[in-house]
Design a protein around this ligand. Structure first.
Ligand code: PRP
Length: 182
């Protein structure tokens, strides 16, 4: 039994993902100057593939750093409690920060991160997410770039997991409900 057998359908293909990221990168290139030299903050683990592809389409000067936050544990729904598992290495004071997320669901993780980073006095904070589930939003966060809006279904692949698996799938797929309902 392969991971693919547990996917009900493919929502976004690898080609669609790459094409959208190229467009997002062009917009992000245009939004910053070389002097801004933004710090891209990849939110681990889900955004690792998105950051890897996005950074290769950017031609402005920039740096990358990583934060690991978790709100889900091993379940399928956000616990509402956000924990920092790994903090930034770089100092963000006076820096232009671009948060790179895989998905905004309730908005709790982002809202927590924005508060956390704002306390360190960055020059600006902008947000880029590959996916957004607007129907699940509980906290209204202003997101500057959204790759795709997705329906309220359990999506995995291209960095997104179920119980730490499926992150390696090259597409965004819908997980069969029977996989997480047993
Ligand atoms: C997921 C995702 C976002 C967050 C979104 O992370 O990567 O960071 O949940 O949900 P929210 O808008 O309801 O807060 P998760 O906690 O599953 O960690 P992971 O990225 O390591 O899988």
């Amino acid at each position: 039994m392969s991971l693919q057998d547990n996917i009900a359908r493919i929502l976004i293909s690898p080609a669609e993902i790459q094409s959208r990221i190229e467009t997002l990168a062009a917009e992000i290139n245009a939004a910053y100057t070389d002097e801004d030299r933004p710090l891209l903050v990849c939110v681990l683990k889900g955004a690792f593939l998105f950051l890897a592809d996005l950074t290769r389409f950017l031609d402005m000067r920039h740096e990358i750093d990583f934060m690991e936050v978790s709100s889900y544990g091993a379940g399928t729904r956000s616990s509402g409690v956000v924990r920092i598992l790994l903090d930034l290495e770089r100092n963000v004071e006076g820096r232009h920060v671009l948060i790179v997320e895989d998905i905004v669901d309730t908005g709790r993780t982002l809202s927590y991160m924005i508060r956390h980073l704002n306390a360190r006095n960055p020059a600006s904070i902008r947000i880029c997410t590959l996916l957004s589930k607007p129907s699940r939003r509980q906290i209204d966060v202003r997101v500057d770039w959204i790759g795709f809006e997705v329906p309220d279904e359990f999506v995995v692949g291209y960095g997104l997991d179920y119980a730490e698996e499926y992150r390696n799938l090259p597409y965004i797929g819908v997980l069969r409900p029977e996989v997480y309902r047993d």
